[in-house]
Write a protein that binds this ligand. Structure first.
Ligand code: NDP
Ligand code: 8X3
Length: 252
């Protein structure tokens, strides 16, 4: 029987690349995101290309009841999730703390921390019933080091780092794998979202060096997920060659 991966934030970037890669390995998929059209288009393309089964759930991970309703109404066959990729996340703004926009702070905390928790609570219980499963959390280099004006985004990713460690401990008795991947700069829609549609400013983030692309992260996640049963990769930091840390760069 095909395995099942649930990927949050599959409408673009890393989540979309994971969806394509896992489909190519014949995983059936549960894909979530807020942009229904993109979600359905992706599902249609992957079904056609790889012959896999896909369920799409339009949901906002910040909305607890929306998350609960969407997930709990899945049939029992679909609740047998083998891999959960907690990917949905975003940054909003890049300002010093004293100038920060408090609505942006709410959005980042509600999405990156609370949203991840709402999904994990439900899916981890399904995994506990089967005493199997793998949860992959999208952290960030921003969850390992703080950089100027990164403040609240960094705090949310530090929280993901802590939650990843906590999940690994709490789910240990049930044989559930838990891993975090912490990317540096990956060229996706991330910076466009951070700078609220300012494409020029977003482009500058990736200028003068070769950034990672979403496929790099998807392939690394696949490596983590495809290790033998006794192996768990707890924590993995991955950056472009030109990026030695959150702040040390070798740009052309
Ligand atoms: P993208 O902006 O391309 O993708 C983000 C995804 O998250 C989209 O599918 C978006 O879907 C989804 N999402 C955002 N908010 C919500 C929400 N409230 N409810 C449901 N889904 C949501 O960025 P990336 O692919 O780069 O980001 C993916 C993850 O990787 C994030 O957690 C990010 O923090 C992390 N990361 C990214 C790095 C980078 O340099 N790009 C580096 C390190 C970590 P939709 O808008 O349709 O809801
Ligand atoms: C995304 C990478 O360096 O912009 O998490 O925070 S960074």
């Amino acid at each position: 029987m095909s395995k099942i991966a649930l990927i949050t934030g599959a409408t673009s970037g890393i989540g979309e690349a994971c969806a394509s890669l896992f489909a190519s390995y014949r995983y059936n998929l549960i894909l979530t995101g807020r942009r229904t059209e993109r979600l359905n288009q992706l599902a249609q393309d992957l079904k056609l290309q790889f012959g896999v089964e896909i369920i799409t759930l339009t949901l906002d991970v910040r909305n607890k009841s929306e998350v609960e309703t969407a997930l709990q109404t899945l049939g029992d066959d679909w609740k047998a999730v083998d891999v959960l990729i907690n990917n949905a996340g975003l940054s909003q703004g890049l300002d010093p703390i004293q100038d920060g926009n408090t609505d942006d702070w709410d959005t980042m905390i509600d999405t990156n921390v609370k949203g991840l928790l709402y999904v994990t609570k439900i899916v981890s219980n399904w995994m506990i019933l089967r005493k199997a499963g793998h949860i992959v959390n999208l952290g960030s280099i921003a969850g390992k080091e703080v950089y100027q004006n990164g403040n609240v985004y960094c705090a949310t990713k530090f929280a993901v780092d802590a939650l990843n460690k906590a999940m690994r401990i709490d789910l240990l008795p049930y044989g559930i794998k838990v891993s975090a991947i912490h990317p540096g700069a990956v060229e996706t829609e991330f910076s466009e979202v951070r700078f609220k549609g300012d494409t020029e400013r977003a482009k500058q983030v990736y200028a003068g060096y070769l950034p990672l692309v979403a496929q790099d992260i998807a392939e690394t996640i696949w490596f983590m997920v495809s290790r033998p049963k006794h192996v768990n990769i707890n924590d993995l930091v991955i950056t472009p060659l030109a990026q030695a840390s959150a702040i040390y760069w070798n740009k052309g």
